[in-house]
Ligand binder design. Structure first.
Ligand code: NAD
Length: 278
């Protein structure tokens, strides 16, 4: 029996600590994967306009028969829509595609550098509008480093509810975690399995054997015990069910520390400070 804890965000809203991510799931496979996840007990879906599958996420939620209020839905602003009017249009498009009047959480997907025509503080003010209108129940950011967050905190009114950043056993992001904890910003750890790359690690496979769980379950449990919000992705229906089956065991403090000690500051995705494709 699963029991997914809620985390209370800095604005009093709650978010299920565990959910389902749909990055790189083809639109044609998305509704089936999300339906399997909802049937397995997931109640939190993480999508983005840039994933191209918001409509299929909305379709699966509508088909599930669950009330809208029972499923926490996150989406993110496309990198090509940071200018205020474009952001307003993009946000309206997100709500329309999802078939909903509000999202539970809306994020700036990447802190666009000014040389690309963006100014993330100005973009944040537009997200503050969505929040005040109630069309985004919470707002946050993604891929923000401490220096980005410092600027936001000093130049805007609303503190982001979350920072969604890459976290896995090879990239524990301790400094950013410390900064977020200090400012009541919840951390969402994306690519929690390192897109599968950490699963053959001997420390992780040994802990998995001793816990009679799979390496993926051990890594996901490690994230939860560190307090992060996570949403692993899979299109394989057995794995979708395997990944949520992590609420019947606990890692010892020594096991959590042994996994944290695997950190080598190694990213699977792009570094927000050097990425040049935006
Ligand atoms: P992930 O770490 O969740 O890894 C997914 C991959 O791991 C799968 O494709 C599969 O190959 C493997 N896998 C999954 N379950 C497994 C299991 N039980 N056993 C063995 N292998 C398994 O990677 P992700 O999809 O990049 O990250 C999860 C979510 O994070 C995304 O779907 C998205 O919602 C979010 N995300 C956000 C950003 C961002 O910039 N904000 C970037 C990347 C991902």
């Amino acid at each position: 029996m699963t029991s997914i804890p809620d985390i209370t965000l800095n604005n009093g809203q709650t978010i299920p600590q565990f959910g389902f991510g749909v990055f790189l799931i083809e639109p044609k496979d998305t509704a089936a994967a999300v339906s399997t996840a909802l049937e397995a007990g997931y109640r939190h879906i993480d999508t983005a306009e840039m994933y191209g599958n918001e409509a299929e996420v909305g379709e699966a939620i509508a088909r599930s028969g669950l009330d809208r209020g029972e499923v926490f839905v996150t989406s993110k602003l496309s990198n090509d829509a940071h200018e205020p009017d474009e952001a307003r249009q993009a946000f309206a498009g997100t709500l329309k595609a999802l078939g909903t009047e509000y999202v539970d959480l809306f994020l700036i997907h990447w802190p666009l550098p000014t040389r690309y025509g963006g100014d993330f503080v100005q973009t944040w003010r537009t997200l503050e509008e969505f929040y005040r209108e109630g069309r985004a129940r919470s707002i946050g950011v993604s891929n923000f480093q401490p220096h980005h967050l410092r600027r936001l905190l000093s130049e805007s009114e609303i503190i982001p509810a979350v920072d969604q950043i890459e976290v896995n056993p090879y990239l524990t992001q301790d400094e950013l975690h410390g900064f977020c904890a200090e400012h009541q910003i919840a951390v969402e750890g994306y690519s929690p399995l390192g897109q599968g790359r950490v699963l053959d690690d001997p420390t992780i496979t040994a802990i998995a054997r001793s816990a009679a769980k799979t390496p993926a379950q051990v890594v996901l449990r490690w994230h939860l015990q560190r307090g992060d919000i996570i949403f692993p992705k899979s299109v394989t229906h057995d794995r979708i069910r395997e990944n949520i089956d992590i609420f019947d065991f606990r890692l010892s403090l020594e096991q959590v520390e042994a996994i944290s000690a695997l950190n080598r500051n190694e990213r699977t995705g792009f570094d927000p400070d050097t990425v040049d494709w935006l």
